[in-house]
Design a protein around this ligand. Structure first.
Ligand SMILES: [Zn+2]
Length: 316
């Protein structure tokens, strides 16, 4: 072996240390753990925006993060963010490879889900197992995986897991009703001068359906949707994903409006003719650990691939 070859081999090793996704060991969540988190969130009961239920849900998510092994010890941070009645929860995972050129101002990806539930006058105790709790369970389990996985597969960018409040409209979607938490979060990024460092947004919504089939929202950024489809294929879940052609108003939308590439992983066929959606039938027996794991694993693989490649598939 010549010195030159040795140098080349070292260079490859260094590049891999900066975030190669090992095909034999991609990031994957514990589906049962995600289900336990979903159950815990569901058991809080209704979590309607501007009510004590949503405030309690935010505090509960914050507590799960604080108690998560290794999160705070590895530099992770958690906080509840307003303004006002908005109770978004943000869990920040800093990069494990420091980009000295960027310092603390590193690029990051947002992974989102909403934690509020729909106000249903006909079902006052509506607690949204799929429409709410499944995304919360997925994200908390993803945080847990990231903390462990980043020790062996360092990542050169940050990940921010954001649990949005006020996704559901109290009456109907308008400029000020619905998507309240995600709009407030994007406004905050713009005000703090962080918007340009937010390189992508991956949203999970209604991903727990036992009969899972995710149609990516048709207004997702095409290059990002393509990456998700490729990772679904690589994960062996190609049959559970379609590119989708229906635009959906969801928490990825304020990010798109701000020019941030975004994709929405959503299964908007919940029960025959979507009859479980926003009804008393959206209960824990309708969702499964396997479905949450399927969606979360594909989302996490996408995040890792994007970050590890230096966002080459999503140029600024
Ligand atoms: Zn909903």
């Amino acid at each position: 072996m010549t010195c030159r070859f040795l140098f080349a081999a070292c260079a490859v090793l260094l590049v891999c240390a900066a975030g190669c996704q090992d095909a034999a060991d991609p990031p994957a969540i514990d589906g049962e753990l995600a289900m336990r988190y979903a159950q815990g969130n569901y058991d809080l009961g209704p979590r309607i925006y501007r009510t004590e239920g949503a405030a309690k849900s935010a505090e509960w998510i914050e507590k799960q993060a604080i108690e998560m092994p290794g999160l705070l010890e590895s530099g992770g941070r958690v906080r509840i963010i307003g303004p006002g009645a908005v109770k978004n929860v943000e869990i920040v995972i800093p990069p494990t490879v420091r980009n000295t050129a960027q310092g603390d101002d590193c690029d990051f990806i947002v992974v989102g889900a909403h934690h509020d539930t729909k106000r249903l006058f006909s079902v006052p105790d509506f607690a949204g197992a799929n429409d709410g709790a499944s995304g919360v369970g997925a994200l908390l389990a993803m945080v847990r995986t990231c903390v462990e996985y980043m020790q062996k597969r360092p990542l050169p960018c940050g990940i921010r897991f954001v649990f949005f409040d006020g996704e559901e409209a109290l009456y109907q979607y308008t400029e000020t009703d619905g998507l309240v938490g995600s709009r407030a979060y994007v406004d905050m990024l713009a005000k703090n001068g962080e918007k340009d460092r937010c390189r992508a947004m991956v949203l999970l919504d209604m991903i727990g359906d036992r009969d899972l089939h995710i149609d990516l929202a048709g207004n997702s950024t095409p290059a990002l949707a393509k990456l998700v489809m490729a990772e679904a294929e690589a994960a062996g879940h190609a049959d559970k994903f379609s590119p989708g052609d229906t635009a959906i108003l969801d928490d990825h939308y304020p990010f798109l409006q701000a020019g941030i590439p975004a994709v929405d992983l959503i299964d908007f066929q919940f029960g025959p003719q979507n009859c479980y959606w926003h009804t008393g039938a959206d209960t824990m027996d309708k969702i499964s650990a396997e479905s949450i794991k399927c969606a979360a694993d594909v989302a996490l693989r996408t995040v890792w691939r994007l970050a590890a490649s230096g966002f080459k598939d999503l140029p600024k």
